[in-house]
Design a binder for this molecule. Structure first.
Ligand SMILES: Nc1ncnc2c1ncn2[C@@H]1O[C@H](COP(=O)(O)OP(=O)(O)OP(=O)(O)O)[C@@H](O)[C@H]1O
Ligand SMILES: [Mg+2]
Length: 382
């Protein structure tokens, strides 16, 4: 039996309800409300957004969804904003002339029209380019507020009530700037903004411009919801749950509340020893893209345990003579692989730790063991 039904959303009733409550608040107060949805990879941010969208559709509410992964263009950091602005203009046509007409229709002043054209990546005349170049940052910011207000007024006119942006942690600085204006501008009508992001890059900590946003943190899924998901996953793959009880028990134990890891382990050839496929790719990508000092510090941490502290990192910094330890720490945290609680750090998931550990076998640790036994001797002598 191959099941083509969309996967039901298990165990996120509270979070889904919060989205509805905040949405209703935006409508009731005729104001803009912003939600920042955070959680590690695979925890179910996109799944929750999709479930919320199903409800919006059923209630015949208009919304716009942006998944930054689908409009990422690493060669052009402007790509997302340009697409975003064009989508907010709700033009089906893609010709520059038609988009330009729509901009003239939506803009409240000739200057904001010029700036909106620039954001939408339409060609500008030399005179227009020079006009914008003369603007100070402050004046440009004021102009951007007008651009954003014009766009939002238009969306209100078209009865768009929610704008959802998935994977916001992948956005460029320019895109984040645009969104910061969008989510902070005064609105006299109800609109809900939802940004979903892993705790990484610029979203390692909630950014300042989202200080008045409602933050919803997706915790690991509870065991009974994980069991329901396992059951559903097996059936949808033509596997009888009663014949795969052992596999299910192992996958549930290792996934520790992460739905994506559960799904991948259930279908793995060796669920007891393999790492979820996306996790392998993620760790490999991190290790390849991070500076060598960061990689080695991460490997050292993985060799210590799932949890480690500032003192242990300090010992490693001294041993390796790392010149900018704070910078290394910042990069480690913004990788999304570890979290911090005061002086203590943890890998975000036991399997993330396991994955890093499997890459850390080559790291020489005799100096640390030696250091540890010396310290213990000193303590004993006292
Ligand atoms: N509560 C849930 N019930 C059922 N399935 C879920 C649930 N949460 C997540 N899933 C499933 O787990 C997989 C991973 O979820 P999802 O893609 O939403 O994670 P994510 O948080 O968006 O990850 P990323 O940050 O990598 O984009 C998907 O196949 C999704 O359908
Ligand atoms: Mg996602």
């Amino acid at each position: 039996m191959l099941n083509d039904e969309p996967t039901p959303l298990y165990g996120r009733e509270w979070e889904l309800n919060q989205l509805h409550i905040i949405f209703s608040r935006a409508v009731a107060l005729s104001s803009a409300q912003t939600i920042l949805l955070q959680g590690m990879t695979g925890i179910g941010k996109s799944a929750l957004l999709n479930a919320f969208i199903c409800h919006l559709k059923r209630a015949e509410k208009n919304y716009l969804l942006f998944s930054t992964n689908s409009c990422l263009n690493h060669n052009n950091p402007h790509f997302f904003v340009a697409n975003f602005v064009r989508s907010l203009l709700l033009v089906k046509a893609h010709s520059e002339v038609e988009i330009g007409h729509q901009i003239d229709l939506v803009s409240s002043t000739p200057l904001s029209a010029i700036r909106m054209r620039q954001w939408a990546d339409l060609s500008l005349s030399l005179a227009h380019k020079q006009t914008l170049r003369q603007f100070s940052d402050e004046r440009l910011r004021l102009l951007d507020k007008t651009v954003v207000s014009d766009l939002l007024e238009y969306l209100d006119h078209k009865k768009v009530q929610a704008i959802l942006i998935d994977d916001a942690h992948t956005l460029s600085e320019q895109s984040r700037y645009f969104l910061s204006i969008l989510t902070q501008v005064q609105c006299h009508f109800g609109i809900l903004f939802i940004l979903s992001a892993q705790k990484k890059n610029a979203f390692t900590h909630p950014p300042k411009w989202l200080s008045s946003a409602h933050i919803i943190y997706l915790k690991p899924l509870d065991i009974s919801s994980m069991q329901q998901l396992a059951h559903h996953t097996l059936l949808s793959r033509d596997m009888l749950p009663c014949k795969h009880q052992h596999r299910t028990a192992i996958a549930l134990k290792r996934a520790c509340g992460n739905p994506l890891f559960l799904i991948q382990l259930l279908c793995a050839t060796h669920p007891q020893s393999e790492l979820p496929e996306t996790l392998q790719q993620l760790t490999q990508h991190c290790l390849n893209s991070m500076p060598c000092e960061v990689v080695n510090t991460l490997k050292f941490a993985a060799r210590i345990g799932q949890h480690f502290d500032t003192k242990q990192l300090h010992q490693f910094n001294e041993h390796r003579k790392i010149r900018a330890p704070l910078c290394v720490l910042h990069k480690m945290l913004s990788s999304g692989l570890i979290t911090q609680d005061a002086e203590h750090y943890s890998f975000v998931h036991p399997l993330v730790w396991e994955s890093l550990r499997s890459h850390a076998k080559d790291l020489e640790l005799d100096w640390y063991k030696h250091h540890q036994s010396n310290t213990q001797n000193q303590v004993t002598r006292i």
